[in-house]
Design a protein around this ligand. Sequence first.
Ligand code: GLC
Length: 550
Amino acid sequence: MEKKRWYKDMVFYQIWPRSFKDGDGDGMGDLHGVFEKLDYIKSLGCDGIWFSPLYPSPGVDCGYDISNYLDIAEEFGGMAAFKKVLDGAHERGMKVIMDLVVNHTSTEHEWFKKSRQRIDPYTDYYIWRPKKSNGRLPNNWDSLFEGKAWAWDDVRQEYYMHLFAIEQADLNMDNPLVREEVKNILKFWLDMGVDGFREDVITFISKPEGLPNDNYMPASKGIFMFNHGPHLHEYLEEFKRDVFDKYDAMILAEAPLVTPKKALEYIDEKNEPVLDMMIQFATQEADSFMTDYIHMPFNLKKLKRTYTKWQTQLDGKGWNMLYIENHDHPRMVSRYGSEKYREESAKMLAVSYLFQKGTPFIYQGQEIGMTNWYPTDPEMYEDVQTRWQYFNVATRKSPEKRLERLWHGSRDSARTPVQWSAEANAGFTTGTPWFYVNENYTEINVADQEGDPDSVLNFYRKAIELRKTLSAVRHGNYTEHFKSSSKVYTYTREDKRQKLLVVCSFTDKAVKMKAPKDFDTSKATLILANYKENTDILKPYEVRVYLLSK
Ligand code: GLC
């Protein structure tokens, strides 16, 4: 089937279902709640939804530990509610993509239960290794979530690999039967009408033969061995040949540590690519994110360098996926902006990435400028990765300092329920919320912002509308200016008809407004800004977008 690449003109909204909206009063976000809010999502100007996992799951990693790929969890409303949402989205002209998590399954999956009992054909569905005579683990790789990458199974009397939580067992993708299962899953959802997938840590699915020790990395041992493993391309080709070629689906791949050069091996459009876009972690890497390093001061120059690298190196070859927040990352206002200048910085950050070239994704709550959450007790955290860091990793830091690190680095910082109104529980549920609601919901919520033309929410709507109407934003060339500035991010976008200048101040200090020499702002129209008065000095977190029509 001919690929239409329809996603290029779209803006996606990411739903992390547990915290989006509860429709049945049990305290857990669900698809009834999503159905209620479809018009809201559409009203932002979004044309698509990415759902973080909706499948049945014990919930050890909030749904990324799947126990049945061919169903929708009852807590989210089951299959009937999903079909209603899918139809409702399609009726509104919106696409729906699902999360495909096939690097691992939950240890509660039937495949694992049978595999641990050596019941065929499931015996080799996972990566099992016997105990070594010297008592050592099968290799020295680290799990990204919990200790080493191996857990002992009493039933089978062998170790199984888990690159993430202990209850997330890695599938043996070298087994052709496992790849058949993946293809069945893909077909099942595509035949139902789903429009594509966000493929979870897909670059980890092929492990090197013999699972050799990693003698190089001091931490996260193994990552450069199982990331982009030897058969990854071949397996993705197989999924494409046997499934994707028959559908006009979008494939967005999560790819930790990927460089633009590497990405092009998978997404270069002239080479029958096996993937469409990559979630490239540029923001986090530039920021040295990855939880441990989040205490480092934010460095705008590094961020700009990575943005520009991706914008220029993919240009004309592959397509960028743009994002600044997601469910694995603290809230952007708290990290790259300022809670003191919350509205200003939320608007500035929106423009900083929404006017780049690519397909933007907005994470639930980002559009109202939600902030991090600051619990007083580490026991309040839910996230498996966060809890392991706090409770199991030895450090000499004081409990207060360690808690503070969680505030700034934990994934839970962005997982509190969406703040819909100033009513009880932020209007998220009429029951008892499954997780803590950020106390600032009386000041930051959708209902208040709906009625305020200057709100962050309405600013997002304006920015998205401009993105859609200005051809230069969608397809124009990208050029960064004043690269050495550590306070301001400046770029232009240009096509035959238009030239746009985007100026984003990332500081609470006043800085001089500078335009590149060949861009005369006095001849341009200021089409978007977060301050009413615009002088030759940029105010804290000021953003401006100028348009020159040719
Ligand atoms: C991805 C997901 C993350 C999950 C992990 C394991 O990085 O985005 O939320 O915990 O994979 O599936």
